[in-house]
Unconditional design. Structure first.
Length: 178
C-alpha cells in the first residue's frame, strides 16, 4: 500500500505514523547515526542470556556508543517513569499517544542502561519535546559477558487495551529504517 495522508496520520505498509504535518516527520533516531546498532529488534539471545532475562528475543535496539553520548527523545510525549534496577540499569520511559482514525493508541519509548538522566521532574503534565536531550548513555544494568558496553537499549511498547498489558513492537515506525 502506498503512502496515504489523512488528518496528519500516514498509513505506509499498514503502519500508522504521524506525517510531516505541523511539527515534522515522526521518525527520529534516539542516538546519533554515527553509532551503529549492535543488537536489533527480534534477534535471538544467546542461551546464557535467555536464562538470566527469561526471554528468548531482544525487544528493542542496542546502539553501541561511548559512555556519555546524548540520548534524544524521538517523540513528543510525557515522562511517565524514571528509575533504576538491576536489569534496565538507569532508565527513562516516555509515554505518547497516536491517533489512528477515531481511536487513540498508547505507546511508550524506553531508554535503558543510561549513565545520567537529564529530566528531573516527572509528571503527566510535564511534556518532553522531540529532539530534546533526555539522557546520556552508559553501562548500567544487566549485560551479557560477550556484549560490548556501554550501549543504549531503546524500545517501543504499545498498550494492549483488551489484555491491559504492554507489548513490544518493531522499532522502525518510530526510529525509521536504521
Amino acid at each position: 500500500m502506498g503512502l496515504m495522508e489523512r488528518r496528519g496520520i500516514c498509513l505506509d505498509d499498514n503502519i500508522f505514523r504521524v506525517c510531516s504535518v505541523g511539527r515534522g516527520s515522526f521518525e527520529m533516531r534516539p542516538i546519533d547515526k554515527k553509532w551503529k546498532i549492535g543488537f536489533g529488534y527480534g534477534e535471538k539471545y544467546p542461551p546464557e542470556l535467555q536464562k538470566i532475562l527469561k526471554i528468548k528475543y531482544h525487544k528493542g535496539v542496542d546502539y553501541f556508543c561511548p559512555n556519555g553520548a546524548s540520548v534524544l527523545c524521538p517523540v513528543f510525549g510525557v515522562i511517565s517513569e524514571v528509575g533504576e534496577n538491576k536489569y534496565k540499569g538507569k532508565y527513562i520511559i516516555i509515554r505518547f499517544d497516536i491517533l489512528q482514525g477515531l481511536s487513540k493508541s498508547i505507546y511508550r519509548f524506553i531508554a535503558m542502561h543510561l549513565s545520567k538522566i537529564l529530566i528531573t521532574e516527572i509528571s503527566p503534565i510535564v511534556k518532553v519535546s522531540k529532539g530534546s536531550i533526555i539522557a546520556k548513555t552508559g553501562d548500567t544494568g544487566t549485560f551479557y559477558d560477550g556484549r560490548l558496553h556501554p550501549h543504549c537499549h531503546c524500545q517501543i511498547d504499545k498498550f494492549d487495551k483488551g489484555r491491559k498489558i504492554w507489548t513490544d513492537i518493531d522499532h522502525t515506525f518510530i526510529f525509521g529504517k536504521v
